[in-house]
Ligand binder design. Structure first.
Ligand code: NAP
Ligand code: MG
Length: 404
């Protein structure tokens, strides 16, 4: 398909099993059908090490310039990984570099296919998690304390006043301390983004925090959400017939499990990190989750929600057949292509993204699926496929659609 793409999609390659599948998805499902234009950055751990993280910074800058990116999962090195790959530099997570440059919200939405029943049987429609990826423990300052140490927190006010509070006196034993922060402007942008998305989806918005315990920090989140809702969204919510529900986070978890799904769940960063895995698993598999980061100025990065699937990679390298599910990776590509198409008025590109997703659903509906779905499917004609066979089966169906 001649797409007339003028502005490139920023392509960020990754590591291990997902790097191998990335190649195969591109070769079999994208390049034969689309006249693709990308600006390629290799965010594989060795290239990040060789460039001392510069490649991640350049990729983030290119994304901010061109607006749409697609990213393969990458290794966040631990001491074991540094040894395994013989890394010389402090190779930090590119997600951290890219997300902090974007300063955005993370959206996680399950990919629901009728042939796969959710693990939580009452979940009939997707639950989208909107995670605010700034601050809290992810920007925390931490220290170890020894027995006898005293910890205080000090706030130097702009007017010269100094406020301080005692945190803890470590009289009996040592321990640790942590200081976290967030900003009014960031939370306001988060509230506006989540509420705008709920209106777009025509679904209720939930937001949970723990203001019974955190009477200043978490309460501030609620206050700002209330302000944004009452000053900007009440009328739009009412005209769509949707509601904003604020609740304690533990109540939100219990209600979410009992619900039928079909709502937008705004989460503080840590809650979103944890509950997005729960929601993905509850709908079927971590591989069946699409993920995107959206910046306040509209740049979007599409990813899969899972990691590099390390253990499958080792099996693949030993020559064994693996059945890693590539659907999350395929949806990262379809999301990026559709967005580029929408921004540049390229209807053909949007149509291709839809056709690709339909070809994936049709393949699973026909009973062809990877091991994770095979274990869960109740389909009578199901057959377990390797990753590469699955991609070929999708390609066959996509080619039929492209011809029609
Ligand atoms: P993972 O790669 O998500 O894999 C954890 C387990 O989940 C796998 O062993 C597999 O379970 C299952 N799984 C995940 N994706 C799957 C798929 N597509 N198809 C089938 N099963 C799938 O998480 P991890 O093992 O904790 O992390 C591995 C590496 O990924 C780490 O270096 C971590 O830093 C990195 N990571 C990167 C990102 C990112 O770049 N966005 C996110 C998370 C983790 P079974 O073994 O039971 O089949
Ligand atoms: Mg998580």
């Amino acid at each position: 398909m001649q797409t007339q793409m003028k502005i490139p999609i920023i392509e960020m390659d990754g590591d291990e099993m997902t790097r191998i599948l990335w190649d195969s998805v591109k070769e079999k499902l994208i390049l034969p059908f689309v006249d693709l234009k990308t600006e390629y950055f290799d965010l594989g751990v060795q290239e990040r090490d060789r460039t001392n993280n510069e490649v991640s910074v350049r990729a983030a800058e290119a994304l901010m310039e061109h607006g749409v990116g697609v990213k393969c999962p990458t290794i966040t090195p631990t001491p074991e990984r540094v040894k395994e790959y013989g890394l010389a530099n402090d190779v930090v997570s590119p997600n951290r570099i890219v997300r902090s440059k974007m300063g955005g919200m993370l959206f996680r939405m399950p990919i629901c296919i009728p042939a796969i029943d959710p693990l939580v049987p009452n979940w009939k429609s997707p639950i989208t998690i909107v995670r605010y990826v700034y601050g809290d423990v992810y920007r925390g300052v931490e220290m170890l304390a020894d027995k006898g140490d005293v910890c205080e927190i000090v706030l130097r006010k702009a007017n010269g006043d100094v406020l301080s509070k005692n945190v803890h006196e470590f009289c009996e034993t040592g321990g640790m301390v942590q200081a976290v922060h967030n900003t009014d402007a960031g939370i306001e942008a988060f509230a506006r983004c989540a509420m705008g998305f709920a209106v777009e989806m025509k679904q209720d918005l939930w937001f949970g925090a723990k203001d019974t315990v955190s009477k200043v920090y978490d309460r501030r989140f609620f206050e700002i959400f209330d302000e944004v809702y009452h000053s900007e969204f009440v009328v739009r919510f009412e005209s769509e017939g949707i509601a904003y529900h604020r609740m304690l986070i533990d109540d939100a978890v219990s209600r979410a499990l009992r619900s039928g799904g079909g709502f937008v769940w705004a989460c503080k960063s840590y809650d979103g990190d944890v509950f997005s895995d729960m929601v993905a698993t509850g709908f079927g598999s971590i591989a069946m989750m699409s993920s995107s980061v959206v910046s306040p100025s509209g740049q979007v990065l599409y990813e899969a929600a899972h990691g590099t699937v390390q253990q499958h990679y080792y099996r693949h390298m030993r020559g064994e057949s693996v059945s890693t599910n590539p659907i999350g990776l395929i949806y990262a590509w379809s999301g990026a292509l559709r967005k580029r198409g929408q921004l540049d008025g390229l209807g053909g590109l949007c149509g291709f993204a839809d056709a690709l997703e339909r070809a994936v659903a049709e393949t699973v509906e026909d009973g062809v699926m990877t091991a994770d779905l095979f274990q869960r499917s109740v389909s009578e004609n199901k057959r377990e496929a390797s990753s590469f066979d699955f991609i070929l089966e999708v390609a066959e169906r996509l080619a039929r659609r492209a011809i029609l």
